[in-house]
Design a binder for this molecule. Structure first.
Ligand SMILES: NC(=O)c1ccc[n+]([C@@H]2O[C@H](COP(=O)([O-])OP(=O)(O)OC[C@H]3O[C@@H](n4cnc5c(N)ncnc54)[C@H](OP(=O)(O)O)[C@@H]3O)[C@@H](O)[C@H]2O)c1
Length: 266
C-alpha cells in the first residue's frame, strides 16, 4: 500500500521516520507533502521518500493518506485534498480535536481513521489509540495498527468516544508526568540538591520505576505496597497525599481533560 503523509512537522516527521526505520512501509512507497522547504528536504534526505510542496492530482496514486497538519490548518488542507480523493482511499488523521464527522463533512469520504498518538512517538515510544469508521476493512485496520506500532504501542478503540478518553489519558498524560517531575525537582532542590543533580535524581527515578513496572507486569498498587513499609518514609508521603486528596484531584484533572477533548471535537 502506498502512503502520503501530509505535514512533515513534529508528528508527521516522527511517524515517517519510524515507518521507514522499521520497514513498515518502504520509503519508495511514501510521498511526503510539506510546504516548508527545509523540513521537506531534511525528511526526504533522511528517509529516502519522495516529497512535494503541495497537494495535487498525485494524491490519486496512493491508497492511504495520513493527515498530520495542525488542527488550525485542517480545513484548508482537507478542502484541497477533497478535490482529488477517490472512494477507495483511506484517510488517517492524527489531528487532535478533529472529529470523524468534521472530516466526513470536509472530505466527503467515509473511509476514515482517527488516531490519537502522544509525544513519545517522537522517539518511537509513543502510545496511540485509533478508531476506524465502519467502511475501513480488516486489512486496512491491520495496516494502521502496524504503522502506529512502529511508533511505539497501538490499540484499536471500539468507538470514537475512546479517542477523547485516550486524549485525556495517554495524549495528555506525558504533561501530567512532567508536572509531577517538576514538583519532585523543586522538592529535591529545596532539600539541597543542585538543579543538575535534582533533574538526574527525578529523571532516573521515573525511568527506573517505569522500567521496573514494565519488567514485573504487576499492578501499580502492588508495586506501591511493596515500596511503602509501615512507619517508613514512602508511606509518610503517601499518607499525606491521601489525606489531602491528591488522588481525587488527579482524577478530577483527567476528567477536565476528557471534557475539553469532547468540547474540541464537537
Ligand atoms: N505533537 C504532538 O505531541 C501531537 C500529539 C497528538 C496529536 N498531534 C497532532 O499532530 C498534528 C501535527 O502536529 P505537529 O506538532 O506535528 O505540528 P507541526 O510541527 O506544526 O507540523 C505540521 C506541519 O504541517 C505542515 N502543513 C500545514 N499545512 C499543510 C498542507 N496544506 N499540506 C501539507 N503540509 C502542511 C506545516 O507546515 P508549515 O510549518 O509550513 O505551516 C507543518 O510542517 C496536529 O494536528 C496535532 O493535533 C500532535
Amino acid at each position: 500500500m502506498r502512503l502520503i503523509i501530509l505535514g512533515g512537522g513534529n508528528m508527521g516527521g516522527a511517524i515517517l521516520r519510524a515507518l521507514v526505520k522499521t520497514e513498515a512501509v518502504p520509503a519508495e512507497d511514501i510521498l511526503l507533502i510539506e510546504p516548508e522547504e527545509a523540513k521537506r528536504q531534511n525528511l526526504g534526505k533522511a528517509t529516502g521518500c519522495a516529497t512535494k510542496a503541495e497537494i495535487d492530482e498525485t494524491v490519486r496514486r496512493y491508497e492511504l493518506i495520513l493527515l498530520a497538519v495542525k488542527p488550525q490548518a485542517a480545513t484548508p488542507a482537507m478542502e484541497l485534498l477533497a478535490q482529488w480523493l477517490l472512494p477507495h482511499q483511506v484517510v488517517i488523521s492524527v489531528m487532535a480535536g478533529i472529529s470523524l464527522q468534521t472530516m466526513r463533512g470536509a472530505l466527503g469520504r467515509t473511509k476514515l481513521v482517527r488516531v490519537m498518538p502522544n509525544i513519545p512517538t517522537l522517539i518511537a515510544e509513543g502510545m496511540s489509540v485509533f478508531f476506524a469508521s465502519d467502511e475501513v476493512d480488516t486489512e486496512e485496520r491491520e495496516l494502521v495498527k502496524t504503522f502506529f506500532s512502529s511508533c511505539g504501542t497501538c490499540l484499536e478503540a471500539q468507538d470514537e468516544d475512546a479517542i477523547d478518553a485516550a486524549t485525556a489519558i495517554s495524549g495528555s498524560g506525558p504533561g501530567y508526568l512532567f508536572y509531577f517531575a517538576e514538583q519532585m525537582t523543586a522538592s529535591a532542590k529545596s532539600l539541597g540538591f543542585s538543579n543538575e543533580d535534582a533533574l538526574v535524581l527525578v529523571q532516573k527515578t521515573i525511568r527506573g520505576a517505569t522500567l521496573l513496572w514494565e519488567s514485573q507486569q504487576v499492578s501499580p498498587e502492588t508495586l506501591r505496597e511493596q515500596v511503602s513499609s509501615p512507619g517508613g518514609t514512602t508511606l509518610a508521603a503517601l499518607n499525606h497525599f491521601q489525606s489531602t486528596k491528591v488522588g481525587e484531584s488527579i482524577k478530577d484533572g483527567i476528567q477536565h481533560a476528557y471534557l475539553r477533548a469532547k468540547e474540541l471535537s464537537s
